[in-house]
Design a protein around this ligand. Structure first.
Ligand SMILES: C[S@@+](CC[C@H](N)C(=O)[O-])C[C@H]1O[C@@H](n2cnc3c(N)ncnc32)[C@H](O)[C@@H]1O
Length: 260
């Protein structure tokens, strides 16, 4: 249900109705994670700008579009017809026919006065000059091509693009976990401090400001009680290498209420 409530109030209580305006390829748990990072960023820094790599119809842009504290949105998406993906079986995805204009037309219907703060780049992130992203983003979401190579290239771009105290979110951690392991290893090798958050669902975040996490109750609880990346990776590796009949039997034994 769409709401006429003040968007800041909705963000403060992590109201997932903010995602009902436009289709987003994210689960309810992922939406809570996105909103918690948005709430924390606004609380920590006041005004902020948001960078998104992989936007599709703009569903994950909507909460930032509606948030008056967000002064700019940068959407990077080369809009290829077919996108390679690291899911089993050499999967590809088709987003044919969806352009940046399709997305902007949809978003304009929701917030005509705010759509001007969105700037679209129809290319890979590596081809974008980070100096063009002004004001510098505090928050970035990587949700473009789900292959190790592309995610690492997007991560490298985001590291250069965001402010040193910003945060980088990744969607579909259950698919791109080999890239996430490499990203974390890179930060450790560079001795760059960070807080990693593994949310329920498939969102993974690297936060470069401990205060950002500390001052938000949801982020604090994920930091203190959430899963670890190695647990996600282990579970996915077991799932990938276990024969399908054994997996089916395991799921039956655990019952319908067991966590996915
Ligand atoms: C999973 S969808 C994004 C969903 C969106 N974040 C949401 O939940 O509303 C993936 C998007 O990534 C885009 N994409 C494909 N290859 C890309 C690349 N190399 N860089 C950035 N985006 C890419 C696709 O065009 C598509 O729009």
């Amino acid at each position: 249900m769409n709401s006429t409530e003040d968007p800041i109030t909705q963000i403060e209580r992590l109201d997932r109705d903010l995602f009902t305006w436009i289709e987003s390829q994210s689960s309810p748990m992922d939406r809570t994670a996105f909103l918690a990072l948005q709430r924390a960023t606004a609380a920590c820094f006041g005004r902020y700008s948001y960078l998104e790599i992989g936007s599709y119809l703009g569903g994950t842009i909507v909460p930032h579009l509606l948030d008056p504290r967000c002064e700019a949105v940068f959407s990077i998406d080369p809009r290829p017809d077919v996108v390679p993906d690291d899911r089993e079986g050499g999967t590809t995805f088709s987003y044919a026919g969806i352009t940046a204009q399709t997305m902007l037309d949809g978003l304009r219907k929701i917030a005509p006065a705010s759509v001007g703060k969105i700037r679209c780049f129809d290319s890979d992130a590596a081809q974008v000059d980070v100096a063009a992203l002004h004001p510098r983003p505090r928050l970035a979401l990587i949700d473009g091509e789900h292959t190790v190579q592309a995610v690492l290239a997007d991560f490298d771009f985001c590291l250069r693009a965001i402010t040193p105290d910003g945060a980088i979110l990744f969607h579909d951690a259950n698919i791109i976990y080999p890239a996430l392991e490499k990203a974390v290893a890179r930060l450790r090798a560079e001795r760059r401090p960070f807080v990693e958050l593994v949310f329920d669902g498939t969102v993974f975040a690297l936060c470069f400001s401990p205060e950002l996490v500390q001052q938000d109750p949801h982020l604090r609880s994920v930091r203190d009680h959430g899963r670890r990346l190695r647990q996600v990776a282990l579970k996915e590796r077991i799932r990938r290498f276990t024969p399908a009949p054994v997996l089916r039997l395991w799921k039956r034994l655990r019952g319908p209420d067991a966590a996915a």
